[in-house]
Write a protein that binds this ligand. Structure first.
Ligand code: TRP
Ligand code: SF4
Length: 326
């Protein structure tokens, strides 16, 4: 069976954007591939090394979020990057053959540095982020890597590093990975901007339902629709984007007609959405609670997955050392 691998940085509780942009796909891929999903805690450190105190709690949050939406440790191999030291070993070895210029010209390097101006990102770890990511992927011979479009340059670097290794040492040890793009529905944050933790405008999978209600009821709509009697335009309303994901065809047709002809108010429209959101979030949150009570120690819970991951990586490292005569 072909292998799929992907990872997330433990940087806080996941929101519905993460679900529809990534996790939903991860869950489906479990049926068709041998999947490896891991917590990229070293990657989190590349930008949070000054304030690492939350990483441990975030690791637990991430695992609970995954389990709550149906990532299944019986089907997939779940593990923690920092608990497999082969990642460090392969990183060192590949650092010998990776041109610094490949990392410097990576678009995400400049973009994230601009975005996180408040932090000092002149550290080597941040520059070599795509190399560490390469290691994560090729240690497990993953063929497909489900990622967002922003990550494609990293996958391209992985492919280049693999080719360079094979060429230099005249071997064929690694699988050249391919990105697997997910179609991501547009779900804006509750303030109408991009949904992002740093804007505080997300709806988390574990969000208290009362809080979800408050956020939806105060969320911006078509800003031209000031009064109930004004006609609105669903095409430019962020609430309608949510209806596209959550509501039935009949409901959507009714909302389009009702909105354009001022037959329904935004409050009614939001109530319909809220009903669906509650239906969507309730079983997820129940499952999360179940696992939260069940699991006392995350490392212990992930023991089998971790062992399998480490053994898989250990085998390929033997070939790598041989190829590099070390
Ligand atoms: N860079 C990825 C992100 O920010 C996380 C990640 C680290 C990853 N290593 C990976 C994703 C390997 C896929 C494969 O989302
Ligand atoms: Fe948006 Fe619904 Fe209000 Fe129309 S009725 S503007 S779709 S919230």
């Amino acid at each position: 069976m072909e292998k799929v691998l992907s990872g997330m940085r433990p940087t806080g509780k996941l929101h519905i954007g993460h679900y529809f942009g990534a996790l939903k796909n991860w869950v489906d891929l479990q049926e068709k591939y041998e999947c490896f999903y891991f917590i990229a805690d070293w990657h989190a450190l590349t930008t949070t090394y000054e304030n690492p105190e939350n990483i441990e709690a975030y690791r637990r949050d991430l695992v609970l979020d995954w389990l709550s939406v149906g990532i299944d440790p019986e089907k997939s191999t779940l593990f923690i990057q920092s608990k497999n030291l082969y990642h460090a070993e392969l990183f060192v070895l590949l650092s010998m053959i990776t041109p610094v210029a490949w990392l410097e010209r990576c678009p995400s390097y400049k973009e994230i540095k601009m975005e996180l101006k408040d932090r000092d990102l002149n550290n080597l770890g941040f520059l070599s982020y795509p190399l560490l990511q390469t290691v994560d992927i090729i240690l497990y011979s993953a063929k497909y890597v489900p990622v967002g479009i922003d990550q494609l340059p990293h996958i391209e670097i992985s492919r280049e590093i693999v080719r360079r290794f094979h060429h230099l040492y005249n071997c064929e040890i690694f699988v050249e990975p391919e990105g697997l793009l997910t179609e991501v529905p547009k779900l804006l944050g509750t303030d109408g901007r991009k949904m992002s933790k740093s804007y505080g405008n997300t709806i988390m999978l574990s969000e208290d339902l009362k809080s979800v209600e408050k956020k939806i009821m105060t969320m911006i709509t078509d800003t031209n629709r000031k009064r109930r009697s004004d006609p609105g335009n669903p095409d430019i309303c962020p609430i309608f984007d949510y209806h596209k994901v959550f509501s039935t065809e009949d409901e959507k047709a009714e909302i389009i007609d009702g909105c354009k002809n001022a037959k329904i108010g935004c409050v009614d429209c939001k109530r319909i959405l809220l009903k669906h959101l509650v239906e969507f979030l309730t079983p997820i949150q129940e499952k999360r609670k179940y696992y939260d009570n069940l699991i006392s120690d995350i490392d212990e819970f992930l023991k089998d997955g971790q062992q399998k991951a480490n053994e898989t990586a250990g085998k390929i490292m033997e070939s790598v050392r041989k190829a590099m005569r070390i």
